[in-house]
Design a binder for this molecule. Sequence first.
Ligand SMILES: Cc1cc2nc3c(=O)[nH]c(=O)nc-3n(C[C@H](O)[C@H](O)[C@H](O)COP(=O)(O)OP(=O)(O)OC[C@H]3O[C@@H](n4cnc5c(N)ncnc54)[C@H](O)[C@@H]3O)c2cc1C
Length: 416
Amino acid sequence: MSDSRSVIVVGGGVVGAATAHYLQQRGARVTILEKQTFGAACSHGNCGFVCPSHVLPLSKPDAISSTMKALFRPNSPFSIKPRLDIKLWMWLMNFARHCNERDMIAGGHALQALLLSSMEEYERLVREEIVRCEWQKKGLLYVYRDKQRLDAYEPTNQLLTETFNEPAVKYTSDELAELEPALKPGLAGAWLYEHDAHLRSDRLMESWKERLLSEGATLREGCEVQEIVSRDGRAVSVNTSQGEMTADQIVVATGALTPFLERFLGCKIPIQPGKGYSMTMPRPQICPHVPMIFPECRVAVTPMESGYRLGSIMEFAGYDDSIKPQRLQLLRDGAAAFLKDPYCDPVEEEWYGWRPMTYDSLPIIDRSPTLENVWIAAGHNMIGLSMSTGTGKLIAEMMSGETPHIDPKPFRVTRF
Ligand SMILES: Cc1cc2nc3c(=O)[nH]c(=O)nc-3n(C[C@H](O)[C@H](O)[C@H](O)COP(=O)(O)OP(=O)(O)OC[C@H]3O[C@@H](n4cnc5c(N)ncnc54)[C@H](O)[C@@H]3O)c2cc1C
């Protein structure tokens, strides 16, 4: 990509930020158009896990039965708001179609390539001080109260070990108490993914912004892209809430809102918003030092250098932007069941984010099938932070005509 190439990146989330970074590295002049403020959407208050261990797609063979059970359980962290929404029902049907061993393994390999590439890139970005984000590599613990459920994870661990070379270390109740004294005594045990890392997502976004601007990027906030204007198979401009803008190439990195641009992209974008919540507060007195997930109630705990976050919940409720107190209570209750000192007042932020959910759990990283200078980087599901740097690198390579460092075929938009 020569110095003269100009690129508009639509969307200032973690995927847009990473894309802008790798394009800048290749000499592109980058303008980021963000309808709100940079880094304020789903990339802001997430749990901050950079977790190559999350290789398995959500669409596992047993996902339908466990989803149905969760739907009808009171106080479940998973819910679907009943409504007549054809796109949602199509999405759910397609999700069910992918709940089989073959798709799970194939999807897992595709995700793993992106996750490992992203981890390598994060480590470099942190080492070279390109981003500052309270990076810590202490692993990720899956903690259980119930011994049967702890042991029931064994086949998944075996699959991850044998097929993906991603083994976890099993901790007995006593070993766990020694590893993490912040946990209550008497828990059944845990699985530890030693190679996972975590960071503070809002700090990461502040740091990306500073870096991109210092390297010459232009950022327009409060600037919504409303239309991509095209002629003869090329985008010629974008119409925005701040007027018309032009560039040689355009990348659409608009997360869960990407379906609103579908009609300009010439393809289906089956992304549903999967709403999650988090609460950020000061570190409690007895603060865990390893980040953890409690799979039995699906609450995640992130001990950060400068704070502490509880997060979870998956609501398919459309683009609902309310924060429901009973959902936040689930986070508190979940943490209280496992931790000696589960939270700390005052809560500094109560937050929600719309995860960009595709039905096969894979992101879209591809060129528009109808516009040769328009690219899409969206649909990163529950692990968009963990896959962002690999995505940015991959799309920058594809746009520059370089040989991609990982196989982009599984992420093609024409698979839908
Ligand atoms: C509770 C919770 C916990 C999570 N924990 C983790 C975790 O631990 N690890 C992990 O890897 N992932 C996690 N995730 C998922 C992760 O946050 C997302 O996958 C990721 O942030 C998606 O990034 P994005 O850049 O695609 O989207 P976003 O961050 O949503 O960014 C998209 C941006 O595009 C802008 N935009 C949209 N439309 C337009 C338009 N027309 N014009 C201009 N701008 C536009 C939006 O305003 C937004 O700022 C979590 C999510 C939630 C909700």
